[in-house]
Design a protein around this ligand. Structure first.
Ligand code: SER
Length: 344
C-alpha cells in the first residue's frame, strides 16, 4: 500500500502532539506538520516536514502538496478567544476557510476527495442558563446550537463551511457532471485530558489543571463552582476517535458532525478523584464569573449515538479506567521523572 500524505495543523498543540505520535506509530503516512511554533521536541523525527508560521499566510504553499488527509487542529481556544476576539476569528475561521478552499480545489482538480478532519467542540452548544443546562441533560448535535463564545461561534460556523465545501461548493453539485468535492468530517470534542501535556487558553482546562497540580503537590484554585458539570475524555480516546473517523468508509457516514462522549462529572467529583489519588492535594474553588458563565452554557453531557451507529465509536476509558489505567500511572511516571531530575 502506498504511503498517504497527511497534513496536521496545530501539530504542537495537545491533540496535535498525540496525533502525530499515533500516526507515526501506525506507519504508512508521510506526516507534514504546521504550527505557529517550531516543531515540538516530542515530534522530532516523526514529521517529514514542518511549516512554521501563520496559517492564513502559509496556506498558498499547500496548494502544491498532494494531501490525502488534513487534520486541521490549529485554533484559539475558548477562554483565550474571549480576550482576543479578532485574532480568534482570524485563526479559527479565516485559517479554516483558507484550508477548506485549498482542499476543495485539489479534490476537484485531481478528482480525489481530500479528507478533512475537523475538531469541533461542546462549545458549539449554548444553553441560556445553568438551570436550562441542568434541565437539558444530555444533548444531541442539532439541539442548542446557540454558542455564547467567540470560539463556539467560530467552530459552529466552520462546521457549516465544511458542509458547504463538501456538498454545495458554488452549487456545482447541481451540474450534469458534478465535481469531486472534499470529504469533511467533524467531531465535537468534550474537555480533553492528557497525562503528558497541559492545555492553555481553554475553559475546560480546570479539569486537567486540577489533576496536574495535585500530582505535583501544588495548590489549585478551581475557577468554576463545585457543582459545574461537563463531559470529559482521555486524550487516547480523542485520538482513537479521530483515526476511526478518518478510516470510516464514506458510504457509512450519513452525517458530517458527530458528538462523542466518555464520562461526565462535576468539578467537585474531579476533586474527590484527585484526593483519592493524592490525599494531600489542596484544591479550593474560586469561581471566575466569566469562565463560569462559559461552562454554564455548555451541556452537562452529549448524546453520541450517531457516532456509535455510523462509525462504531466507543470510548476505551470511563472515569474509573481513565484514572486507574491511564492518568495515574502516566502522571506518576512523569512527575517522578521531573522530581528525580531536579535532584540531580
Ligand atoms: N477544551 C475547549 C476549551 O475549553 C473546548 O473545546 O476551549
Amino acid at each position: 500500500m502506498s504511503e498517504k500524505t497527511v497534513l496536521i495543523t496545530g501539530a504542537c498543540g495537545e491533540i496535535g502532539q498525540a496525533l502525530v505520535q499515533n500516526l507515526a506509530a501506525r506507519g504508512g503516512y508521510r506526516i507534514v506538520t504546521a504550527d505557529l511554533a517550531p516543531l515540538a521536541e516530542s515530534l522530532r523525527g516523526l514529521s517529514a516536514e514542518h511549516i512554521q508560521g501563520d496559517l492564513v499566510n502559509k496556506v498558498k504553499i499547500f496548494y502544491d502538496y498532494d494531501f490525502d488527509v488534513i487534520f486541521h487542529l490549529a485554533a484559539s481556544l475558548s477562554s483565550k478567544a474571549e480576550v482576543a476576539t479578532e485574532e480568534a476569528h482570524r485563526i479559527n475561521v479565516e485559517g479554516t476557510m483558507q484550508l477548506l478552499m485549498m482542499a476543495a480545489y485539489r479534490s476537484e482538480k485531481y478528482h480525489k476527495r481530500v479528507k478533512f478532519l475537523f475538531p469541533s467542540s461542546i462549545a458549539a452548544y449554548g444553553l441560556p442558563s445553568a438551570e436550562a443546562k441542568h434541565a437539558a441533560g444530555t444533548v444531541a448535535e442539532d439541539q442548542w446550537n446557540h454558542p455564547h463564545t467567540m470560539y463556539g461561534a467560530n467552530k459552529l460556523y466552520c462546521e457549516k463551511l465544511g458542509e458547504y465545501y463538501s456538498c454545495y461548493n458554488g452549487q456545482r453539485h447541481l451540474d450534469p457532471n458534478p465535481p469531486t468535492m472534499l470529504d469533511f468530517r467533524a467531531i465535537r470534542f468534550p474537555g480533553l485530558i492528557s497525562a503528558f501535556t497541559v492545555p492553555s487558553g481553554g475553559t475546560s482546562d480546570y479539569g486537567p489543571e486540577m489533576l496536574h497540580a495535585a500530582a505535583q503537590g501544588k495548590p489549585y484554585a478551581c475557577f468554576v463552582r463545585e457543582e459545574t458539570k461537563i463531559s470529559f475524555m482521555a486524550m487516547p480516546d480523542a485520538i482513537k476517535a479521530l483515526l476511526m473517523l478518518m478510516d470510516a468508509p464514506r458510504e457509512s457516514l450519513k452525517h458530517m458532525v458527530f458528538n462523542i462522549a466518555a464520562f461526565s462529572l462535576t468539578a467537585g467529583e474531579f476533586r474527590e478523584w484527585a484526593l483519592r489519588a493524592f490525599p494531600s492535594a489542596q484544591i479550593t474553588f474560586e469561581p471566575s464569573a466569566r469562565r463560569q458563565g462559559i461552562v454554564d452554557s455548555w451541556p452537562e453531557d452529549v448524546d453520541d449515538h450517531l457516532a456509535r451507529a455510523e462509525w462504531n465509536w466507543k470510548p476505551d476509558y470511563d472515569v474509573q479506567r481513565f484514572f486507574d489505567e491511564y492518568f495515574l500511572p502516566e502522571i506518576r511516571k512523569r512527575y517522578q521523572r521531573v522530581s528525580l531530575r531536579s535532584m540531580e
